[in-house]
Design a binder for this molecule. Structure first.
Ligand code: LMR
Length: 400
């Protein structure tokens, strides 16, 4: 019966993570998957999360199904985190609790496939690999717009605008709100303003993915693009993830918000999001959402969470600087200036797939095949190991 089922070639990030787990070498370093580790190389359990969980344990009771769209308290709290306190268009935004950022993208993709079946989805070149899989998997055509300029390690903003200018109204433009994955090259606020004008004029439908809020410039600053577009009255999608900024990866907590023209449209859109969710998995789980809503609605816990997140961001920045210094010291004639220009958890190193493979095979240092390196998993101890492995891979002439 299943003879025609072909083997799964694996996922460029998650399968690599499995390979890392199975690698027996003691000094191995995993800079592939986008997770934040502490200076001790461990996944943190944040103090605010533990405190919220302890408080919840006191009142643990029955666990009914959540509504299809998720917990109301969570939805309100995360909508405010995304769009800002005091945003006066809040009643025209439909928000659903989702299974992480991927779940938000999938629910949004299904919604687009149903209500905008002709729309093509335009993703930055490059983008997170799963963007292609999720939108294509929902039956949509995914195309690329120019984004990263390897020569400058920055966004080729003029090429991006020129490509988007040619799109027909109603096409979807996928945008990384902050901490672009994989390149770490973001638009600045002025560029976002200019892009908003283009999107408005051309009648495009922006779909923001914000998986790293708090890891770029700060919790509020990282939401600038979404907030600006929403304030401009542009209809938009915003997928958010709380995997990294609450260190709650396995709880699968995220949200999908759709900014509509008015409250009536938002009610209809929310209804159809509920239907989409029902068709996929009925309703989301409770535990992680309860932790997040507790933190976001309790002044003290929230302040504690924000301070912890600020500390995490500072540690990533310190690792970025440390790696840059180590690389420059080991290879003074090399150009590692890209590290200083990119932001967020990742660096796009420009290493080739063969150099990445050499690092993995010879030095047990794991990067994604595209050359993406997760700075948030570096530690003071691993920086010299990684720098040495990188320099060795760069200097060794590759024969295979
Ligand atoms: C990543 O890009 O490494 C993370 O977002 C994890 C994932 O699901 O790929």
């Amino acid at each position: 019966m299943f003879k025609h089922v072909e083997p799964y070639p694996g996922d460029p990030i998650l399968t690599l993570n499995e390979q890392f787990g199975a690698d027996p070498r003691p000094g191995k370093v995993n800079l592939s998957i986008g997770v934040y580790l502490t200076e001790a190389g461990k996944l943190p359990a944040m103090g605010s999360v533990l405190a919220a969980e302890a408080a919840l344990a006191q009142t643990a009771g029955p666990r009914p199904y959540l509504p299809m769209e998720g917990s109301a308290v969570y939805r309100h709290a995360v909508r405010e985190l995304t769009f800002g306190k005091g945003f006066d268009g809040i009643d025209r935004i439909a928000t659903a609790q989702t299974l992480g950022g991927s779940g938000a993208l999938k629910v949004g993709a299904d919604f687009i496939a149903r209500y905008f079946p002709q729309a093509r989805v335009w993703a930055s070149d490059p983008t997170w690999d799963n963007h292609h899989s999720i939108f294509a998997g929902a039956g949509l055509t995914v195309e690329k717009y120019p984004y990263y300029d390897a020569a400058t390690s920055q966004v080729d903003f003029r090429a991006m605008l020129a490509a988007l200018e040619l799109l027909p109204a109603g096409d979807v433009v996928l945008l990384h709100a902050c901490c672009h994955n994989p390149t770490g090259a973001d638009l600045d606020d002025e560029q976002w303003r200019e892009l908003a004008q283009l999107v408005k004029r051309r009648g495009l439908l922006p779909f923001f993915d914000m998986a790293y809020q708090g890891f770029g410039r700060g919790v509020e600053e990282d939401a600038f693009a979404i907030r600006h577009f929403a304030q401009e009255g542009i209809a938009l999608f915003a997928a958010t993830s709380f995997s990294k900024n609450f260190s709650l990866y396995g709880e699968r907590c995220g949200s999908l918000s759709i900014a509509c023209g008015d409250a009536g449209q938002a009610a209809n859109v929310l209804g159809q999001l509920k239907a989409t969710i029902r068709r996929n998995y009925s309703s989301p789980p409770t535990h992680g959402a309860r932790i997040i809503e507790r933190i976001l609605t309790d002044g003290e816990l929230r302040a504690g969470w924000q301070a912890e997140l600020d500390g995490m961001r500072a540690r990533v920045a310190a690792m970025r600087t440390a790696l840059h210094q180590a690389l420059c010291a080991s290879m003074p004639d090399g150009d590692f200036s890209y590290l200083g220009k990119q932001t967020g958890m990742f660096s796009y190193t420009g290493l080739t797939a063969m150099q990445v493979a050499a690092m993995r095979e010879e030095s047990a240092v794991y990067l994604v095949g595209t050359g993406r390196l997760c700075l948030a998993a570096l530690t003071a101890a691993s920086v010299p190991v990684v720098a040495q492995a990188m320099v060795k891979a760069i200097k060794t002439p590759l024969t295979k």
